[in-house]
Design a protein around this ligand. Structure first.
Ligand SMILES: Cc1cc2nc3c(=O)[nH]c(=O)nc-3n(C[C@H](O)[C@H](O)[C@H](O)COP(=O)(O)O)c2cc1C
Length: 199
């Protein structure tokens, strides 16, 4: 059975919803799935300053936290992060930066990886965030399995670098079928490719 880890950070729930959909799609594709959030690092006063952030933190604080073993264990890994100034959120970056011991032993190499993200605005840095994330995957010796335009549905969401969503000015635009279909496609694809690699 192909092992899929979906590892993400989310402040206000968007990337959490994307991660949950990817996990469901991975299971439907026949994978054993670990859905893991990385630890929140922001100070309590920063979280308290944003009602949506506080609510999401309270709702998900008991969910299983990502550990290095979740990456080592997996055949395929999907990393998710909201955009922060066109870059990876520090919470996910911190998790990646704890993986030095596993990296130095080659335990992160030869796996299939891809990423997903969200921004508030349409040109707010989705591509730069995913490309920044993939810098790390290259250092792992991982295989970046960005979805490209490998299915006609990718012309609807329009992001060949991964899957992404625009939350809009009030930061709460829900995922539509366009993103849900693209998430399903990316999960199915990494599970299929990781299965071929293992075989
Ligand atoms: C410090 C900070 C920096 C951000 N930088 C950007 C940005 O560069 N471009 C953008 O469109 N949105 C930016 N945003 C908005 C977030 O990307 C958006 O709220 C996020 O994608 C929602 O995901 P979440 O609900 O999973 O937290 C930023 C938000 C914060 C708090």
């Amino acid at each position: 059975m192909t092992k899929l880890a979906v590892i993400y950070y989310s402040s206000t729930g968007t990337v959490h919803a994307m991660a949950t959909r990817l996990a469901e799609a991975g299971e439907k594709a026949g994978a054993e799935v670990r859905l893991r959030q990385v630890a929140e690092l922001a100070p309590p006063e920063a979280i308290a300053s944003n009602a949506a952030w506080s609510q999401h933190f309270d709702e998900t604080k008991n969910e299983p936290k990502a550990a290095a073993d979740d990456v080592v264990w997996a055949d395929a890994v999907l990393f998710g992060t909201p955009t922060r100034y066109g870059n990876v959120a520090s919470q996910l970056k911190q998790f990646l930066d704890t993986l030095g011991p596993q990296w130095s032993q080659g335990q992160l190499a030869d796996k299939v990886y891809a990423g997903f993200t969200s921004t508030m605005t349409a040109h707010g840095g989705q591509e730069s965030t995913l490309l920044a994330l993939y810098n790390t995957i290259h250092h792992f010796g991982g295989l970046v399995a960005a979805p490209g335009y490998t299915d006609p549905l990718k012309f609807a969401d329009g992001n060949p670098y991964g899957v992404s969503h625009v939350t809009g000015g009030s930061n709460d635009a829900p995922l539509t079928d366009v993103q849900l279909n693209a998430l399903d496609h990316m999960a199915q694809r990494v599970v299929r490719l990781a299965g071929k690699l293992s075989a």
